[in-house]
Ligand binder design. Sequence first.
Ligand code: ATP
Ligand code: MG
Length: 158
Amino acid sequence: SWFPFGEAIDNVCRSMQMEAKRHGHKLEKSFVGTLPRVWGDRERLEQVMLNVLSNAVKYTPDGGEIRLTAGTEGESVWMEVTDNGIGIPEEDKDRIFERFYRVDKARSRESGGTGLGLSIAREIVMQHKGTIELVNRPGPGTTVRVTLPIGGKADGSL
Ligand code: ATP
Ligand code: MG
């Protein structure tokens, strides 16, 4: 069904605020223009955003900076989460969307989780005919970008 994209992002941000604060992270959110309603499964798309945002919180040393931005581009909406954390080594970038793939097994075990988050996220985004990808930015940290067609799949499902 149709749901306000900005409201969904607000929700996700709000639910991570405590955890971000606990780690001394600065969590900033900004929208470029006004965000439209989007056709899709709101609950599952919030799950996507939550995983991406929680990864930023988890894989950034305490006192980090996490920025969530969103906007529209043509017939799509996009959302980006940027952190200044440990980053993802070049040789792992193609693999982090695979099931159970984690960059540093020992370190990841400490921080909990299963290594399924991004593979599930990709699954959900693909069901919406969207994309999820890493954005190459100079400097340390990670940027993940999600784009979704505003009108959903052409056949109106989901
Ligand atoms: P789960 O999401 O199931 O709790 P997870 O967060 O480890 O576990 P994914 O979300 O699938 O799993 O992420 C896969 C791996 O990609 C992570 O284990 C981590 O090594 C790496 N990764 C993901 N996001 C970031 C990030 N923002 N900074 C650094 N590494 C990241
Ligand atoms: Mg995760």
